[in-house]
Design a protein around this ligand. Sequence first.
Ligand SMILES: Nc1ncnc2c1ncn2[C@@H]1O[C@H](COP(=O)(O)OP(=O)(O)O)[C@@H](O)[C@H]1O
Ligand SMILES: [Mg+2]
Length: 256
Amino acid sequence: MLEAVHLTKRYASLPAVQDLSFTLQPGQVLGCLGPNGSGKSTTVKMLTGLLQPTRGVVRFDGHNIQDNLAAYRKLLGYVPEEPNLYPYLTGWEYLELIGTLRGMAHSDLEKKIDSLLELFSLHPNRHASIGSYSKGMRQRVLLIAAIMDDPEIFIFDEPLSGLDVTSALIFKNLVQALGQQGKLVFYCSHVLEVVEKICSDVLILRKGIVIAQDSVANIGQILGQSLENTFLHLVDDVDTMSVARDIVTVMKMKAA
Ligand SMILES: Nc1ncnc2c1ncn2[C@@H]1O[C@H](COP(=O)(O)OP(=O)(O)O)[C@@H](O)[C@H]1O
Ligand SMILES: [Mg+2]
């Protein structure tokens, strides 16, 4: 079980995440939903051990992850929001490097990389440098790198960014399959339709504070409406139609 206990992160004195707690059991797909700047990536960085919380602790199977980060990271498949890929390596070389760093057996590795590149439609590009890849292709390399060692815990930070429709659908089905396999999945997104579809549970962040936390089914039911309405109700005090109209008005403005 993965546990976040009263996680708080301040940058300088600004709070980015405040008092966030949850438990994540095998088989659960926990969605972390919130608009830009609400603290999702900060939460993810604390869960992966990249950032030390200002207060609170992350535990896996009862142990503070900071006590043995190397062992914890071996169990972790992480897709960061910003792809830090080496542009001069080919897709194949990058995956081989990651697999080797993770200590995967070399015979397994080659077969897995080959099959996964095929399944993610990257096989024809495997020997081209990553610098020549589109954003969606880079994202697929990151996804392969995160899953190929069959980790127990998956942490995805906006994993669909740049993906085409087919790859996005494959990935959404994959996340559900991971849940069914008894993996632990933490899935961050600002897109509520996706979270509604593929997550079993959701926590909604607003300005670093958890404003709702429940199963996806319950959250809709409590307020007697879909997650979309709930989300808008909780997060956005913005009249999106009127803002869109105002933008068009400004766009059409001509200098007098
Ligand atoms: N390294 C940083 N230094 C200072 N402030 C940061 C840093 N990273 C994020 N923030 C701030 O913390 C808040 C939460 O950001 P973030 O976790 O990236 O949100 P999200 O991923 O939901 O868009 C924002 O106000 C952001 O400006
Ligand atoms: Mg983010």
